[in-house]
Structures are given as C-alpha cells and as structure tokens.
Design a protein around this ligand. Structure first.
Ligand SMILES: [Cu+2]
Length: 513
C-alpha cells in the first residue's frame, strides 16, 4: 500500500519537487548550523559603549534580593538592577574632602623606551623610571597622589593593588573613573588604614601597560615602626622576557651588618606565579599586606607568590661574614649582607603551605553566619568573546560578558567557592577587599588566618574564601594574569543601591583590561 502510493506520488510531485529540495535542504542545514553560531556570536558582542552594571546576570548568592524581577539568569546585557529608590553614584565614595593629606605625591606617566639589561624595550615610566617611585606612608596617613598623563596614548589610571580604597579611588577605567588622556590629570585620595606592602599599576589597557612597567610599590609602615633594622622592597618584573628586580636585570645587593634583621617586601608584578627560596632560614611575616599570626622559622621550603601578590620575608644576616641569598626565581636574587652568596641555593622540592603556617587567631567575623554564598567556577570552552571565536575562560559556565554580577549588601558575610576546572593556574584578585581562606580542596585552614587579595588557584584546585562586605561600590573580581583578563576572565562584585556614571569604551575609550 505504502509502496504503491509512494510510487504514484512521484509522477505527481517529486519530479518537480526534487530539485527544489536539493536546494532547500542544504540551505536549511546550513541555517541550522549557522543560526545558533550567529546568535552566539551576536550575544558575545559588546556594545560600542556600555556600563558594567549591564553585564551578565545578577547573582544574589542566596541572599536578599532587592528586586526579584531584576534577578535570575538573564541573557546578554540584561542584568541591570532596577531600584525602587534612586541609586547612589560610586563617585560619592571618597574620603573626607576637608581632611588635608599627610603624604602628597606627584606622578607623571610616560610612554617611552626603557633600557633593561642593556636592551631597549618599549614600555612606560612613572616619573621617568620603571618601576616608578616607591610611595611610603605611615598607617593612618591620608595619601594624596596627583597623576598626570604626559604621553601614554591609550590613557592611564592608577589602581592601588591590595589597598581597600574608597571605590571612587580604585582606578579602574570605565568603572570608577575615565582613563586619563594625554595632558589630563586625576587626584587619588585614600587613607592607608592597613600597614603592609602594596603596589600601584595602571588599570587602563592593563595587560600591555602593566607588562610595560607602568607600576610602582606602596609601603605602609605601622606607627610603632617595624622590628627589622633594614626594610627593602623588591619588585619582581619581567620586561620583554628579562627578569628584573626593581627594574634591573641583576641581583639586588643590600649591604647589611652581620646579625641584623631585614624585611624584604617581594612584589610579583608579572602575570604568572613566582617561587621564592633562600639559602638559610626565614620567616614569612606578611602576605598581601596582612601580618601572619606567629610566623615560625622556615627552612627548606619555597614560597609561591601569585601574580599581583606580596610576601614580606624576614631574614637575619649570619654573624660569620656570609650573606643571605633570597632567590626570586632562578635568574634573580636579593643578596643581603656582606659580599658573597653568589651561588643560587638549590630550589626546595616543597612549598611552604599557608593553609597550616602560623597560629590561628580570631577572624573578627563568623563565616558560618554567611548571608551570601557564591560560586566562581572557572572553566574553558569554545564559543565567542567580543565577537571572536575561540577557546575562552568561562565563569560558572558563561563567557564574557554574560558572566555573573555578584550582588551584596553592606554588612553581608560572604563565602565564595572558587574552583578551577580550566587546566591553567589563575591568580584571582578581588578589588576593595581582602578575603580569608577557609579551605583548599575541602581541607580547612588551620594556621594563621590566611588573608589575601591575590590567590593562586592551580588547575583542579578549589578554595573557599570569606569576607565581610564592608566597602561599598562596584569592584572587579578578576584574574590577575592580565592576558586572561583581556580574554574575558572578569566579573564584578556590586553593592546593591550603587551605580556608576562611567562607561566601558565610550568617549574616553575606557578599556580596563
Ligand atoms: Cu587567569
């Protein structure tokens, strides 16, 4: 029956229909493949100018939602928060304008050729050098930095890495300010509430500008001073493939008398983690500007310093006329004491584990009382970012810009689960806050509270971190391998009720990554 009817039909229709199908079917098949790709491509594109407030979708972390209609997984650029009350602009988030500055610094940014290790490298300077001048302040000081852009074509900003500044001073182009054009100026004012080792760098077109040396150190000492006789900063930076300390492709020699103690502030300004080790014993006094509680003497262990992170090491020069050698990689070292110690000591097989180093002391808040719990799951998958096809970093399965916008309220206790399923290491950096590590791979921290602003998350590792939402504004929460950030590994933490007048791209051509 079926056969005969199908045999009859051809005479009626197929002789004329077959050529049509031959044309239509491949077209339909092509559309079936291309249409979703075109949609994905379209969804990955970012407008010529946009607010970060419109990025991705709102993630309330299980906490209170101001406007349920505005939440949930939205699509492309659908995440804008609709407030029933007018939101405050982050430009209001500044220190007391009537308070005079205690430390005042003028910084001039220039785009120029650097000479590193006898080689010419195109880069950037601050006040004519790279790194720029070290800013030193005493805890509690109001620091005022006057930035002028002399010749950086793409514009510049200054971000105070590790300093929990008021949001309007965070220096992120397109989020907290416009990029400063050639001839333009910007004044940063913030109080150095925390003593420790920090650094500043541009957050406009940050990957080339930071790699090119638009950076410097910021050291805040306690009012009571420090216990060590010598205090030295060592900025580890790679210029055009050359490893340097404080801009020089050679060992940093610090003359110190036998028996004296020295504090070495190592600042990793590169995109990848570095390993530090010594020929003797040391104590790790502070991590990311926060003191370790009761740090013990360490021998035969290296310290891993992730991109953007700082480690304050204390070493004592032996009384026998030898020197201490602190390797900041195989190529460069800080040599403390008399001449000698010219041979790099062997690199230890094991790392100092900050999950267990030092002794516990109260955190000042209870993470078990968390009011928000977020996931920051880093993966890698094919797709489109900014209209370009490729293998891209994903956050909770989403590609930039359709990534989570983490929403908090002031006073929230926040727990974040960071998990790295991307196959590569990521230095995770939350602006405006320090987070404390609760656990790594599910193993609870048992040493000193391990406070960080830059966290080395290896492939297949997971971390649970916690913080108190005590610094309102809109804050980047991104990978500090700035190449990865430029590839879209950027999300934001926003406080409900705040908005920014600045735009990514736009007339100032703001490009924070
Ligand atoms: Cu990364």
């Amino acid at each position: 029956m079926t056969a005969s009817s199908s045999r009859r039909r051809p005479t009626a229709g197929v002789s004329s229909g077959r050529p049509v199908l031959k044309v239509v079917l491949p077209i339909l098949a092509t559309i079936a493949i291309v249409a979703p790709l075109a949609w994905l491509w379209q969804a990955s594109r970012v407008p010529g100018s946009y607010s970060v407030m419109d990025m991705g979708y709102l993630d309330y972390g299980g906490g209170a939602m101001h406007d349920p209609a505005g939440g949930g997984p939205g699509g492309h650029m659908q995440g804008h928060v609709h407030h029933s009350e007018p939101s405050r602009l982050i430009t209001d988030l500044v220190v007391d304008t009537a308070r005079p500055a205690d430390v005042r610094v003028d910084l001039v940014a220039r785009q120029q050729t650097l000479t590193v290790g006898g080689r010419s490298v195109s880069g950037f300077t601050v006040n004519g050098t790279s790194p720029g001048p070290e800013i030193r302040a005493t805890q509690g000081d109001l620091i005022e930095v006057h930035l002028r852009n002399d010749s950086v074509a793409d514009g510049v900003t200054l971000h105070w890495h590790g300093v929990d500044v008021p949001n309007a001073m965070d220096g992120v182009a397109g989020v907290t300010q416009d990029a400063v054009p050639i001839g333009g100026e910007f004044t940063y004012r913030f109080v150095a509430t925390q003593a420790g080792s920090f650094w500043y760098h541009s957050h406009q077109v940050s990957n080339p500008q930071v790699a090119g040396g638009l950076l410097g150190s910021l050291v805040v000492t306690p009012k009571s001073g420090i216990a060590q006789q010598v205090d030295v900063s060592a900025i580890a930076h790679t210029y055009g493939g050359l490893r340097t300390i404080n801009g020089k492709a050679e060992d940093l020699r610090v003359p110190v008398h036998p028996g004296e103690r020295v504090r070495v502030r190592v600042i990793n300004t590169d995109n990848g983690p570095m390993t530090i080790w010594t020929n003797g014993s040391y104590r790790l006094l502070a991590v990311d500007g926060t003191d370790v509680h009761q740090p013990t003497a360490v021998t035969g262990r290296s310290v891993t310093l992730t991109a953007g992170a700082r480690a304050d090491l204390e070493a004592q020069v032996p009384g026998d006329g030898t020197a201490v050698r602190i390797q900041l990689s195989k190529a460069t070292a800080v040599v403390i004491g008399p001449q000698g110690a010219d041979v790099p000591p062997p690199q230890p097989d094991h790392d100092l584990d900050l999950l267990t180093y030092g002794s516990p002391t109260p955190l000042g808040f209870d993470p078990a009382q968390a009011t928000r719990r977020f996931d920051y799951l880093v993966g890698r998958r094919p797709g489109f970012v900014k209209g370009r096809p490729g293998m891209w970093w994903s956050i909770n399965g989403h590609l930039f810009p359709n990534v989570p916008m983490y929403v908090v309220r002031e006073g929230d206790i926040v727990v974040m689960h960071i998990e790295n399923r991307s196959g590569e290491v990521h230095p995770m950096h939350l602006h405006g806050h320090h987070v404390v590590v609760l656990a790594r791979n599910g193993v609870a921290a048992s040493g000193s509270p391990w406070w960080v602003d830059s966290l080395n998350v290896l492939a297949k590792e997971s971390y649970d971190v916690a913080f108190v939402a005590n610094n309102p504004g809109i804050w980047m929460d991104h990978c500090h391998n700035l190449k990865h950030a430029a590839q879209g590994m950027v999300a934001h933490l926003m406080y409900e009720g705040f908005d920014t007048p600045y735009r990514i791209a736009g007339p100032a051509d703001n490009q924070p990554e």
